[in-house]
Design a protein around this ligand. Structure first.
Ligand code: FAD
Length: 461
């Protein structure tokens, strides 16, 4: 397999079908890395197509019932894709919007177009891996996967599931320079005008496309987040100009809300983590702030990918926890809870804790919370529900339903962090056992709760 100047560690051929040398085009099946800039999978496809003397075609397969996705997520995704379509058109690369079961639809498309081979990007969740392995089985041509959404490819960073940030940090950081270079654009050598390409969905505008889908519309669009690479870059530039300086100390202060807000853009692949990393490292902010950011963007985020990749059957279950966490929960399973709220009460924000209710409102309305509030929000659910398993399922349900960045490797990992994953044992207490506890008093010491309540009360529902 040729590497076309993409790091070979990013490449994996998922089947052993022969190249169709007399085919008409090379297809990039875009799924995870929804961007036309700094996308190794796209540039790999263009370079391979040029090598074969064929045009490159991008195909995106959309389904109406993507697990746990709703209007909030679909709109953001399509805003990003609209930008991808426009940018690809400038580069004379067509984008076909396909509709239907992913592996079958891409297989039929590749066959109908008589594709030489198919390239795709990489994802980590169970269903996403299954779609790729089904497509690998069904396609009659090679399917090559190109890792495009982490800095250091997961198996290169570590060949096993890591215990915590402290065990993966050095392994990742010593390879970061090898993988953070810019992926430059290659001009397509052949245009695709002679191909008879058809989309299943008409992409006149985001609204027109949304109207063609039968999706869950129960969660409204976030007024704060617009999808796409341009908006991701605008946020990054603003963050580098004002909030990176002081990030090391300031990121934990929820009142400031002064972090980069790039997690939704990373989740949908609208921006490359390598691009963020380079710009942060090249900025004039103090070294300690730059390092603090890299710790989150690379070490913590890629630890989450490590966990999900090496725990494919259990990343959404308490079974994945370390023994000390399981043992302490077993011991404290019957501790009386100070209060009890149903999932419905929690979702509506009807608890006896005003700050918690406000954070739930912010989640419902805005689809985002600063990290410290996410920690506080999740820890209280453990306190207020009958079993740890119910607390876990409820937290994951709310997390993935409302957060713009939900349904991510980071979602499953951080929700399990509430129950001890990647953490250590703390002083033993009621209900929490040895799990880390975050109290209301701690929250009040951390930030100005009154100011926060006022800000959230001004959000419209
Ligand atoms: C209970 C709980 C649930 C969470 N759910 C999600 C989720 O669904 N999706 C999600 O992306 N993150 C989740 N996080 C992690 C973290 O809160 C968010 O990534 C972060 O708040 C996003 O804001 P930002 O982009 O401004 O982060 P910044 O502080 O600007 O950080 C830059 C990037 O680093 C990564 N990052 C930051 N903090 C963490 C962390 N603790 N772990 C892993 N990566 C991190 C993110 O990709 C983030 O965009 C959760 C944390 C907790 C405690």
């Amino acid at each position: 397999m040729k590497s076309f100047s993409i790091a070979p560690e990013r490449l994996k051929q998922l089947n052993d079908r022969p190249l169709r040398e007399d085919g008409t085009c090379l297809v990039y099946w875009m799924q995870e890395s929804m961007r036309a800039y700094e996308n190794p999978a796209l540039e790999y496809a263009v370079r391979w197509a040029n090598d074969l003397g064929k045009p490159c075609v991008v195909a995106f397969t959309l389904i109406d019932d993507f697990p746990e996705a709703n209007l909030r997520h679909y709109r953001f995704l399509l805003e990003g894709l609209k930008e991808v379509a426009d940018r690809l058109a400038e580069r004379d690369i067509p984008l076909c919007m396909l509709h239907g079961p992913r592996s079958e639809r891409i297989t039929r498309f590749a066959k109908d177009q008589d594709a030489c081979a198919v390239v795709t990007d990489r994802a980590y969740l169970r269903h996403e891996r299954k779609w790729r392995s089904e497509a690998a089985d069904q396609l009659e041509v090679p399917l090559v996967q190109v890792e495009s959404n982490v800095v250091v490819p997961v198996e290169t960073a570590s060949n096993k599931r890591e215990y915590a940030a402290r065990t993966i940090r050095k392994k990742i950081m010593q390879r970061v320079d090898d993988f953070s270079g810019e992926t430059t654009e290659t001009t397509p050598g052949q245009d695709a005008k002679a191909l008879e390409l058809e989309s299943d969905l008409d992409f006149g505008s985001v609204d027109e496309l949304l109207d063609q889908l039968k999706i869950d519309r129960s969660v409204p669009v976030s007024p704060d987040f617009t999808g796409g690479t341009a908006e991701a870059r605008r946020r990054l530039t603003a963050f580098l100009r004002s909030d990176l300086e002081g990030y090391g100390d300031g990121r934990l202060d929820p009142a400031d809300d002064a972090t980069s807000h790039l997690s939704p853009y990373l989740h949908f692949g609208h921006i490359s983590p390598c691009e963020i990393l380079r710009k942060v490292r090249n900025s004039s902010a103090p070294q300690s702030d730059r390092e603090a950011y890299v710790e989150e963007l690379v070490v913590r985020r890629e630890l989450a990918h490590n966990f999900v990749y090496y725990t494919p059957d259990d990343y959404d279950s308490l079974n994945a926890l370390p023994d000390w966490a399981k043992e302490t929960m077993e011991k404290h399973a019957d501790d009386p809870r100070p209060n009890h709220f149903t999932r419905e009460q929690l979702e509506k924000g009807e608890t006896d804790d005003e700050a918690w209710n406000a954070s739930m409102k912010e989640m419902r309305e805005r689809g985002f919370l600063p990290n410290y509030l996410r920690m506080y929000w999740g820890k209280q659910i453990i306190r207020w529900t009958n079993t740890y398993d119910y607390a876990h399922k409820t937290t994951l349900y709310l997390n993935n339903k409302y957060f713009m960045d939900g349904r991510d490797a980071n979602s499953f990992t951080n929700v399990l962090w509430l129950f001890g994953l990647h953490d250590r044992a703390w002083t033993e207490r009621e209900v929490f056992g040895k799990l880390r506890m975050l109290s209301k008093g701690g929250l009040e010491r951390k930030f100005d709760v009154e100011a926060y309540l006022k800000r959230v009360s001004e959000l419209d529902e």
